[in-house]
Design a protein around this ligand. Structure first.
Ligand code: PMP
Length: 452
């Protein structure tokens, strides 16, 4: 049992617990509400967190969909420690360090065939911006500079920077910020509870929803469209699994019209669906894959963008003044992040974690779908080791029922996540069946306690 008295946050959390919780403006969190009921983690190991009060909490969401190998894994910890002692930082522009090349090589071997150039960033949001800019610059460098339009999808989440919220489809993340990036349009989302409620794995109905891209091509003309970006499984908007054939159809339409297809695999990447990438699970290869989270197991911030060879070649073969991609971050391929990612990939390989979601998915699916019939459960969606449990909202208080259930689960020792009135599960891939049982039992209890 973790000793609360010995914990490093004790100075903040002893005495009036809210007193020192003032200066930090929390992301996606209303401080005023949080301070009434602060939830602080001070230690993590394997499948668990410990709170500042010394309580153990089972992690059913891999931190924030990112700690795929579980917490504080030795090879990752050692790699970071060693790198910090050896070389803290190296500039990534016109200079480099060997681990960046080593990591890119290893990542490229795990992405679908053909995606063998990898650019590094520090987050999913940065990876999205990078991918969108690559798509625009790619067309320009090939002499198709009229292709400036970017297509996203309703209910998409692509991070919080301006490109990402523009192609994204979450109104709450857009409405505070005025004008978006211009020249963006959206295809329809694939959530169809009338036809697909309680689907196990990929829903049967909805491949034809990809044809909405043809509508936008007819409206704008293909010669103005640079790229389409979608999450293979929309995560943050409720775990929406693509209908059978949908992504294939999207791929076909993009090919027909010379449009680049970008998969945002920030959540689906790194083993979540049973393969290194969702592209492999769904058998559809995009031109660009956006990744982050599981790349470095969340231990040091890192993201990446993998692209097909011809995209990179277009720059290298372009006119002399354009061969450089005028984009990069001070912390692109940061040595600590590269070290953490190399330790992560080694851990994934040692323990077979990138295919483990596939091995456990039948058990996980049965367990999650066992919640069907519980009060207010109106849909359950799953693939690999990710699931969404959708609840009917309390009239007039959207998202409240799910949030109350989240709080209840936390009190009972299980960390889940919510998005609207959907409960999301996305546990570390080291999970055992007994953990799955504990998660489902806890969620069931909380759902029942909030039945009214
Ligand atoms: N894209 C997707 C699909 C995501 O799920 C997320 C984060 N949940 C992001 C982008 C943004 O990543 P980050 O928070 O690291 O910027």
């Amino acid at each position: 049992q973790h000793n609360a008295a010995a914990n490093p946050l004790a100075q903040f959390v002893q005495g009036p617990r809210g007193a020192a919780l003032d200066a930090y403006w929390m992301p996606f969190t209303a401080n005023r509400q949080f301070k009434k009921n602060p939830r602080l983690f001070v230690k993590a190991q394997g499948m668990h967190y410990w709170t500042d009060e010394g309580r153990q909490v089972l992690d059913a969401v891999a931190g924030l969909w990112c700690v795929n190998a579980g917490h504080n894994r030795p090879k990752i910890v050692q790699a970071i420690q060693q790198q910090a002692a050896e070389m803290d930082y190296a500039p990534p522009f016109q200079m480099a360090h060997p681990k960046a090349f080593e990591l890119a090589d290893k990542v490229a071997k795990l992405t679908p065939a053909g995606l063998n150039k990898v650019f590094f960033t520090n987050s999913g949001s940065e990876s999205v911006e990078t991918a969108l800019k690559m798509a625009l610059a790619y067309h320009k460098v090939r002499g198709e500079g009229t292709r400036t339009r970017l297509i996203g999808r309703e209910r998409g989440y692509h991070g919080v920077n301006f490109g990402g919220i523009s192609v994204g489809g979450m109104v709450a993340n857009r409405k505070q910020f005025g004008a978006m990036v211009s020249g963006v349009d959206h295809i329809v989302h694939t959530h169809d509870p009338k036809r697909n409620a309680f689907s196990m794995g990929q829903p049967e109905h909805g491949a034809e929803l990809a044809d909405d891209l043809e509508r936008l091509v007819a409206l704008h003309d293909a010669s103005t469209i640079a790229a389409v970006i979608v999450e293979p499984v929309a995560g943050s908007t409720g775990v929406l699994v693509p209908p059978k054939g949908y992504l294939n159809r999207l791929r076909e339409i993009c090919d027909k019209h010379g449009i680049l297809l970008i998969f945002d695999e920030v959540i689906t990447g790194w083993g979540r669906t049973g393969n290194p990438f969702g592209a492999q699970t769904f058998g559809v290869t995009p031109d660009i894959i956006v990744m982050a989270k599981g790349l470095s197991n969340g231990a040091v911030p890192m993201g990446g963008v993998a692209v097909k060879q011809h995209i990179h070649d277009a720059f290298m073969n372009g006119p002399e003044h354009l061969i450089e991609f005028f984009h990069g971050y001070t912390y692109s391929s940061h040595p600590l992040a590269c070290a953490a990612a190399l330790g992560t990939l080694e851990t994934y390989a040692d323990e077979g974690l990138l295919t483990r979601a596939g091995e456990l998915s039948a058990y996980f699916a049965q367990a999650v779908h066992g919640l069907r019939g519980e009060p207010n459960v109106i849909d359950i969606r799953n693939i690999g080791l990710v699931a969404g449990i959708e609840l009917s909202p309390i009239a007039g208080s959207p998202a409240k029922r799910a949030f109350d259930i989240f709080l209840d689960c936390y009190e009972k020792g299980v960390l889940i996540r919510t998005t609207g009135d959907t409960l999301a599960l996305s546990p570390p891939l080291i999970i055992e069946r007994s953990h799955i049982d504990q998660i489902i039992d806890t969620v069931r209890g909380a759902i029942r306690r909030h039945a009214a």
